[in-house]
Design a protein around this ligand. Structure first.
Ligand code: GLV
Ligand code: MN
Ligand code: MN
Length: 414
């Protein structure tokens, strides 16, 4: 009989479900915006799990959380793993959380096996991977990698006008934002376990994706100022309707993304805020938030240029004012071949199938790549669905991801 400790998948599922209940929306909908009450309760829940698993927990000035299993040589740079627990409005329960609670379970099973790592293994829970509150993704890892200048961080506001400074202080995270940046070499290697957020693994019946590259994301804010007025009284000639102008721009960005002819180019306008937002009032101001991504940063930038050109055309034709602000335009990341090899070996030892793939979603690993060799391990998710309440990963998929993560962490920490 095999008496070796096994993954406790039942406990992991209970933990995932418990975390999912900590939501600003009614379950099964998960909404957990950074520094909301739900985010703070979720942090406490996960931190307690880490403490109860014998890990040393500390937080930085922005709330990035580090839970360390001390290696036999604690002076050596640790092997990191982790993800995020914040969730966009109307989300599901696996995005990010699988990498955090799955990472914790990987550590627990190695401990139970009596494995003694030479290097420490450190679980990281990143603050605000999602851009919901401050309009910029991967806030915690971005600052860890020293990519976000302090002045830009100090200027961040949510849509109620509350600053990052105010909100992090209220959440109990104090100290200089400068202290969040970590030097290259602080981590020996870093791996993030995550659901694929695309359909390929499930369609091809492959257990695991080994991520070789993470696409380059960019975000552009477009504010259009026209002229409001009475929807009945003001006749059509001479109108300067900000929403009609926005419609042109939205279609232009879709056309620009399609025109590259590359399957990897994607562009989305996910926010369209109309002022004053009354059915009998001509829109006077519109704010668009656009998201443009590609595996090729140059091609992505050409879509941004096309968007700027479309704005100039609409401005001239319609007599509206258009202001564009580049929120971020990040380079793509390349994953480390030694980690990919270790993951591939671990998958084969565990009897799992795997394939190399690109991540079209961004992740904290995009920024960890600036300060450490990185890779990502994807598990399938049903129908490729993510950022929706019906997001789902089966217990078997989760178990195979955690199993291979545990083996890889053990190899890298030896
Ligand atoms: C991350 O959540 C992304 O939008 O890719
Ligand atoms: Mn997400
Ligand atoms: Mn995620």
């Amino acid at each position: 009989m095999d008496t070796r400790p096994k993954l406790n998948i039942d406990q992991l599922l209970v933990e995932l479900n418990t975390l999912a209940q900590i939501s600003e929306a009614k379950p099964p909908v998960v909404t957990r915006v950074v520094f909301s009450d739900a985010d703070l309760r979720a942090r406490t829940y996960v931190k307690n799990l880490c403490i109860n698993s014998g890990l040393d927990v500390h937080e930085d000035a922005i709330g990035n959380t580090f839970a360390r299993w001390k290696g036999s040589d604690p002076e050596l740079a640790p092997v990191g793993t982790g993800s995020h627990i914040d969730a966009i409005p109307n989300a599901g329960m696996y995005d990010g959380c699988v990498g955090v609670l799955g990472g914790l379970e990987a550590i627990r099973v190695l401990k139970q096996l009596g494995f003694q790592p030479h290097r420490s293994i450190e679980l990281v829970i990143f603050t605000a991977e999602e851009p919901t509150r401050f309009g910029i993704g991967c806030l915690g890892s971005r600052m860890m990698a020293n990519v976000l200048p302090q002045a830009q961080a100090l200027a961040l506001r949510d849509k109620e006008g509350r600053s990052l400074e105010e909100l992090r202080g209220q959440a109990g995270f104090i100290g200089s934002l400068d202290s969040v940046a970590l030097p290259a070499g602080r981590f020996h290697k870093f791996i993030e376990l995550h659901i694929e957020q695309g359909p390929l693994l499930e369609e091809e019946e492959i257990d695991l994706g080994l991520v070789t590259h993470i696409a380059a994301p960019a975000s552009l804010r477009v504010v259009i100022e026209g002229e409001g007025g009475h929807a009945g009284g003001k006749l059509m000639p001479g109108r300067r309707d900000a929403l009609a102008a926005a419609a042109e721009i939205i279609l232009a960005i879709e056309a620009a993304a399609k025109s590259t002819g590359a399957i990897d180019t994607v562009a989305t306008v996910g926010v369209c805020e109309v002022f004053p937002g009354a059915v009998n009032s001509i829109p006077s101001r519109v704010r668009l938030e656009t998201d443009i991504r590609d595996t090729d940063a140059g091609r992505r930038d050409r879509v941004i240029d096309a968007l700027q050109a479309a704005c100039a055309g609409t401005r001239a034709r319609r007599g509206v004012m258009i202001n564009t602000e580049l929120v971020n335009a990040d380079p793509p990341a390349t994953c480390d071949p030694t980690i990919l090899d270790a993951m591939e070996k671990a998958a084969s030892q565990a009897g799992r199938t795997c394939k190399k793939m690109v991540s079209r979603a961004y992740h904290d690993t995009l920024f960890m790549a600036r300060i450490a060799p990185v890779a990502m391990l994807f598990i399938p998710c049903r129908g490729g669905v993510s950022h929706r309440p019906d997001e789902y990963a089966s217990p078997e998929w989760i178990a195979s991801g955690v199993h291979v993560l545990a083996r890889t962490l053990a190899t890298l920490a030896l």
